[in-house]
Each structure stands twice: as structure tokens, then as C-alpha cells.
Design a protein around this ligand. Sequence first.
Ligand code: PDD
Length: 284
Amino acid sequence: MGKIIINGDLKSRSDVKVDIEDRGYQFGDGVYEVIRVYNGELFAGDMHLNRLIDSAKLIQMKVPFTIAEIKTRMKELIAENQLKDGIVYMQLTRGVSARTHSFPTAEVEPVFVAYTKEMPYTGKMKPGVNAVTTDDIRWLRCNIKSLNLLGNIMAKQQAVEAGCDEAIQHRDGTVTEGSSSNVSIVVDGQLKTHPATNLILNGITRQVMLKLCADHGIPYVEEAFTVEDMMAADEVLYTSTSVEVTPIINIDGQSIAAGEPGPITQRLQKLFSEEIEKQCGSIK
Ligand code: PDD
């Protein structure tokens, strides 16, 4: 894991302990981000850091650093840990204070922690995966990248127990998103994905993908679709910082179309890897 950052200091993992009254530990009272690193460079770093600030604002939590400061510290961390391909994980909790549900007093400072993890990147297109569907049991502020992930965890566990990669959540039959990803379908050449409302996390990968659609003439619409629409779609795909753009070829044991990655998904995978090279340099 190498070094970690805690509140602006670079330390060894073994030198850092979580206080039992850290509100992140006791209540999940905090927000987080996962940013991909390719070639030692942050991918879509500003978009992620802006979302971190937005999430903090939405839970009325102060952020003791500017985006530029966080970015500089993240670059130092990447250099210190000699990270080429991987992720930076960062979280901000409402600080350490005697346990009471309401916010602590104003002098309690948030606790910021960041670390890196290696994740190899080959530049090769990811093959199709299997998924299950499940009820979306989460709260109604899914646009906040909150540390409270119980609903997401329960959903992902169902996928794992079914031998699948992802659980696709729905509210009364309307697909929202994956347990840790956004989901899109392709019908008659048009990509469709849930609008960025309070019911989904507005994924950075999702936003980059929609920009690629706009720039390259791939028709898309941000519109909710049902589980039924999805099962009958020509293509299903999911996106996130870790899976990038990945086809879903089987859901609940049923093949999607021919059960193979479709042409639009493959085109988006190619465009996405070009975008990575554009932002982070060529992948060897
Ligand atoms: N998860 N929706 C949910 C519920 C997520 O947790 C994530 C990301 C996404 C995709 O967002 P992005 O494209 O910005 O990664 C959508 C991260 C990777 C995680 O929790 O590890």
C-alpha cells in the first residue's frame, strides 16, 4: 500500500490508527472518491475532486482543502508510492467527536485520508460479464458519494453469490444503477441511461462516456428504462472508474441479444481507451 495521507501528512500505514469515535467509523458520516491513475497520471481528476466537494456540501460538511491542494497532495502520494497504474482512494469524515447523531461543534475538523492501490491496465477491451437484478433498497440521496454503502454492499454480495460481476438495481422495475457502477442500454443504435437525478450517482465514467457519444455522433438519451426494456435491449453495458466501459452479456441467467459484446459498446470501449491515452499518455 505504501504511504498514506492523513490530514495533509504523509505517513506509513502502520503509523495511522482510526479513532473509535471517528464519525466515519461510527456513522459512515463522510464522503469518498476513487480516481483512476494511468501512467502515473490522474484520469478525470478535476471532475472527481469537484464531485467530492459537491458531496461534502450536500451533507453540510466543510472541506479543509481546496481542489488544487488535494490534487497536489495526490500527485505527491502517487510519486511517493511510485504508482503507475491503479487507483487513489480518498475519504473525508466529519471528524472525531463523542458519539451523538447531530453534527459535532464547529471546531471539530474533518479527517481526510488517502491511499493508493495498484490495478494493472493493459489497454485491452474487457470481455462481457454476467449480472443479476435486485431491488434498489437504498436511501433517496444516491447522488451523494457517501461512505454509507450498506445497500450497495448487500446488492454486490447477491451478485457474488450468484457468480456474477454486478447487481443491477431497480426501483419498482425502473433500472437505477449498478451496486458500484452506472448501467446503460442500447436500443436501435441509441444509448439510453438513467438521468443524473438523486436516484443515481452521476458517475464520472458515465459523464466521460456521454461526452464521447456527443463528440462522435453516437445518439444517446438520459432517460430511465425498465428491467423489461433492458432484457430486450440490443446491448447492455456498465461503467465505473474500475470497470471503465464493460459489456453485460447475461442478466439473471438470460442472454442479452446474442450474448456477445455489441458494436456500440465496443466502439465506446475503444473511444474510452483513446481518451485515457489523451489524458494520461500512451499505454505501453
Ligand atoms: N464506485 N454508481 C455507484 C453507486 C458507484 O459506487 C460508482 C463508483 C459509480 C460509477 O462512478 P464513477 O464512474 O465515477 O466511478 C456509479 C466506485 C468506483 C467505488 O465505490 O469503488
